[in-house]
Ligand binder design. Sequence first.
Ligand code: YH5
Length: 276
Amino acid sequence: MTWQTSRFSIDLSSPRVMGIVNVTPDSFSDGGQHGTAAAALRHCEQLLEEGAHILDIGGESTRPGSPAVPLDEELERVLPVVRGAVSLGVPISVDTYKPEVMRAVLDAGADIINDIWALRQPGAAQAVAAHPRCGVCLMHMHRDPQTMQTAPMEGDVVAEVLSFLKRSAQDAQALGISRERIVLDPGIGFGKTVEQNFALLARQPALREAGYPLLAGWSRKSSLGAVTGWPVDERMVPSVAAAVLAAERGAAVVRVHDVRETVAAMAVWNAMRSAL
Ligand code: YH5
């Protein structure tokens, strides 16, 4: 199993670790656009030293209730970092739902578009389809970032997420995005209750039935806070535990903040699997 992206065909025969690079002034508080980009690039290099297989660069904090970032500001944040990161030798993913950002980063050489809106924003699907082979991650989100926690999902969450993801992949393919370019993501935390998030983990094998590789993003999320009682800056061990469980239940890619520890955990998982 592989993931076709702009420059790389990513081997998914064992779980890949995608390192999160947030390019927001608050995450690199030394001030100024220049300082922010340089600090983000240093973070990219550090995550590579720690063993990241993919870097995911994002300019908008998509925590529940965070304000949307204007297009020009997102471009100013993300584009310099992408331009620097594309020479680091690993696939570069960009966490964005804006078609203008997608086009700009693809022109700059980005390999993957990671879209929490699953290409549902006007023009986004066309922006990805216009590229001959970039990868795309299509994520399920209930409602939108401002309102997703106000009215959680009802009914069979796994069935609903599965049917949404299948339809998203079909829609993408209808526009010319071939299936080997597509990875699907249940969207942990995006408009789901704690129980629903864990149902998506427990029944993750049902999501694989769609026939696409899965990406799982549990790192530091509030469901891990809910079951441990631990604050966000202390959730490394719970996050690694969730990443291992996601890998064991078939996730091909795990999106994480704590790369070094997750890579070590995946080495243990790999050793077990090799002994089967
Ligand atoms: C994801 O799951 N998530 S941004 C709240 C947190 C910690 C982390 C309360 N982009 C995903 O990481 N892209 C984000 O603490 C994503 N899958 C994909 N594909 C939210 C996030 C976070 C939110």
